[in-house]
Design a protein around this ligand. Structure first.
Ligand code: PEP
Ligand code: MG
Length: 313
């Protein structure tokens, strides 16, 4: 029913009153890249570089990384691409980084940027490879770090990335502490991107890999949306761009709520671009704000969905 009601879409992303909301793709390989281009993505909001190396026994050489990244970036010459540094650990172990040391709680362990701080050489070589690929490809490249919990971590990463010659630096917002210190995090970076998959996992203390806990990891949970509202308010004060690149961004109805909460771009699987674009083109910014308020006022996901559908009808 949802799908049939959506008007057709051919980019760029914008609300019915003309506010641009760039609609970007999540990619992890050259194959994803082709799908993103043909679906009309305006760029890439999340390039999961660890997907290139899930089977790598050894650290890939800097030049090999540069070539692999260039292959993806070249498809987006002149367009924005956000490259995420290796998000290893937990659900995405990389043999050359996470090794065989088992942690009792990998989702709460040394993962993402925490590994980058232990293996600084690996991070620096990746940053150099990304800077090289940016130069080779002509894409407008930004870089961002996964699993950032504090402003100090954001600042540490930003300094390192800028030293490598990368000018646009951001961090993922996927740990609740980073939302609660958003103002200081924003001081350190040029943009942020919300990973709703992990943010939900950490807000609800509910493993995202467990199907039995899927109801808690539902991005329509009002507690998650209220946290995003705090982030949006903080971002408005500083004018910091806030992307959303978790699965939530690919839900057409929820995309209106995310825009109403302050998202300035949305990044999703290529297959969701048309339905999200169609939905956003049919609603004004004012309606997005009303949708967001309706969702925030709800006490559980089904009620939030129903209230938003009602607010937009
Ligand atoms: C997220 O956590 O929402 C996210 C986009 O990153 P990943 O799914 O790769 O952890
Ligand atoms: Mg994540």
């Amino acid at each position: 029913v949802e799908r049939a009601a959506e008007p057709s879409w051919s980019g760029p992303g914008r609300t019915s009153d003309g506010e641009p909301i760039p609609l970007l793709a999540n990619v992890g390989s050259a194959a994803d890249t082709a799908a993103a281009v043909s679906a009309g993505a305006e760029g890439v909001g999340l390039f999961r570089t660890e997907f290139c190396y899930l089977d790598a026994e050894d650290e890939p050489a800097e030049q090999a990384q540069r070539a692999a990244y260039t292959e993806v970036l070249a498809a987006f010459a002149g367009l924005p691409v956000v490259v995420r540094t290796l998000d290893a650990g937990s659900d995405k172990p990389l043999p050359f980084l996470t090794g065989s040391t088992a942690e009792p709680n990998p989702a709460l362990g040394v993962r993402g940027l925490r590994i980058g701080r232990e293996a600084v050489g690996v991070l620096d070589r990746q940053l150099a490879a990304i800077a090289g690929a940016a130069a080779d490809s002509g894409a407008v490249v930004s870089v961002m770090a996964p699993m950032v919990a504090t402003a100090e971590e954001a600042d540490w990463f930003a300094t390192r990335a800028r030293t490598a010659g990368l000018e646009r630096v951001g961090v993922m917002i996927e740990v609740p502490a980073a939302v609660l210190t958003a103002q200081e995090v924003f001081d350190a970076v040029d943009f942020v991107s919300v990973g709703t998959n992990d943010l939900a996992q950490y807000v609800f203390a509910a493993d995202r890999m467990l199907g039995s806990l899927a109801a808690l990891n539902d991005p329509w949970q009002p507690a998650l949306l209220r946290l995003l509202a705090l982030l949006g308010q903080a971002a408005q004060r500083t004018g910091t761009p806030v992307g959303v690149c978790g699965e939530a961004a690919g839900d057409p109805l929820l995309s209106t709520v995310l825009v109403g909460l302050g998202a300035t771009s949305l990044s999703m699987a290529a297959g969701s671009l048309a339905s999200v674009g169609g939905r956003l083109a049919a609603v004004s910014r004012e309606q997005c704000v009303a949708a967001a308020q309706a969702a925030l006022d709800a006490t559980e996901p089904a009620a939030a969905r129903a209230a938003v559908a009602e607010a937009l009808s």
